[in-house]
Design a binder for this molecule. Sequence first.
Ligand SMILES: [Zn+2]
Length: 400
Amino acid sequence: MKNGINQENIQKINRILVLRLLRATGTCSRADLARMSNLRPATITNIVNELKDMHLIKEEGIINVERGRNGIAVSLDKSYYRVIGIRISRKYFHIGIFDIEGNELESSTHRFYADEEAETAFLRVQEQIEILIKKASQEKVVAIGCAIPGPFFRNLEGSESEYPDWPDINIKKVLSERFNVYVFLEHDANAGALAYNWQMRVPSGKMLVYFSAAQGIGAGIVNNGKLILGGLGTAGEIGHMSIETDGLLCKCGNRGCLELYCSSHVLINNINKRIGMGDYSVLKPGFHLDDVKEAVSKGDRLAVSEYEKVCDYLGIGIANIINILNPDIVVIGDELARISSDIMRERIEKVCSRRLYELVWQHTNVCVVDKQIDISLQGAAIVAIEELFKEQIFFNWVDY
Ligand SMILES: [Zn+2]
């Protein structure tokens, strides 16, 4: 059991603490850092100088600190190190380059083709990484974060499984050997949850749950800034929570799984069934999810009623998770949320307020995100940054 902390480790932990404080606050003075970290001003000065030499922080000029005194402000140096984020889904991959705070500098989306071999598809991912690394030649690309769909199992040594659709490819091994950088994999909903936790500057001690509502339903749970993963890393697979005792049989072996009643795929199927039964809709066979969004915005009765049903089921799943975890913040995003955030919020509020203790529901801050952003892409980069900011990896990384 490792339980000793020697002098060298304390030094590393203190440097990491200063970096994390700067990442959370943006810009602050040395006096602020000393106060927030509880470290002596002389220690802070040493750490700031060391981190400046490593191109990790920079001075920002004079700012006013306590009691009218001036001090030199410092912040993370966002110009030197770079992280690549990749989000792999079943239909496409999305890739971008980020600074070490987690801000996107550039990104692009690439389709996978139905008849494409896994090796060919993965080579195309690598080509795009190569392009971004070449473009960033003035800066140093230090890590790649990759968000993949579930089920996502970690083995007992703590490393990750491969992308389930490419069982013969070890993404982590291939990328780290070819590009000589650290590579981290994470479930896409977990990556999204970390990104929202960072974007919303959720204070320490709070819990955020992000529900990714798309072709499947997944959740990422961040408590006090850290992901809740569970033994194998499958915590948050809420799509396979049973909501109908004798419901439909799911591929996971369970019956009545949530995602058999509310996913973008189910919504399209249900609308198609009703059109097949002769019900009127502006939607015509072969329609896509974007067409459903348009039909809902025009008030198409059939599309609205089927969308409401899906939102109600999602609300049941959310109420169950709120009962289990009592989170402070719930964020719902992805394909289904983008159809109509207003309808979704209204339906979820209705379902949850009926099913939860009033005090618990009142405490929960619910946010439905309808922006056309791929939060799991930024999340992939943030997964890599969070890992780099853990002491051991960090100091190997900067070769210090
Ligand atoms: Zn299932």
